[in-house]
Design a protein around this ligand. Structure first.
Ligand code: MN
Length: 211
């Protein structure tokens, strides 16, 4: 599986399509992964096809240095490369209901408690941010190089990489992420998502930044 550079490939889901039931339904996961993400992968590769100088660039490099990309493919790379980066992180950030036990995230929990007061207070702020993203986008728990956490909302498929921030966890609040199950009620989807949050992965993300 090559995902360091062009041609990018579809990363398989790390769990079954129905593994997040009843919080996220099987059909939504199928469409979200097999169609939406696949389309971003295909469109990213198509944009890069005639630019061999970029074929050894990582996804993170393409997004971080997007302002020096050739103008004619810049928007396509930001949108589709962002779509790949965001979805890969989003899908890896959830965990099968059957495996969702004994997750520990000691370092991240310490940081959350000291910066937000408590995990409940963090959840409240994160949910409010996710509700406030107008249209399509994401809400992130992000960290800077020093491990300082912040909650950030982004539009469309923008990423936080150009802000010198790194993802700890993120929720996709595009309607395609929840409309089949929750219709227009984004708040219910956000509450459900917290039940399948992969805290171990979030801890790994956080430890990697601090190391
Ligand atoms: Mn999505």
């Amino acid at each position: 599986m090559n995902n360091n550079h062009y041609p990018f490939e579809l990363v398989p889901l790390p769990y079954a399509y129905n593994a997040l039931e009843p919080y996220i339904d099987e059909k939504t996961m199928q469409l979200h992964h097999d169609r939406h993400l696949q389309t971003y992968v295909n469109n990213l590769n198509a944009a890069l096809k005639n630019y061999p100088d970029l074929h050894n660039w990582s996804l993170e490099q393409l997004l971080y240095y997007s302002d020096i990309l050739p103008l004619e493919i810049r928007t396509a790379v930001i949108n589709n490369g962002g779509g790949v980066f965001n979805h890969n992180n989003f899908f890896a950030g959830m965990i099968s209901v059957s495996e969702d036990k004994n997750q520990t995230a000691p370092n991240l929990m310490n940081a959350i408690n000291s910066q937000f007061g408590s995990f409940d207070e963090f959840k409240k702020q994160f949910k409010n941010n996710a509700l406030s993203v107008f249209g399509s986008g994401y809400t992130w728990l992000a960290s800077d190089n020093n491990g300082k956490l912040q909650i950030v909302g982004t539009k469309n498929q923008d990423t936080i990489l150009p802000m010198n921030l790194y993802p700890i966890m993120l929720i996709d609040v595009w309607e395609h992420a929840y409309y089949l199950k929750n219709y227009n009620v984004r708040a219910d989807y956000i509450d459900n998502w917290f039940n399948i949050l992969n805290l171990s992965q979030a801890e790994k993300n956080y430890n990697k930044i601090r190391s």
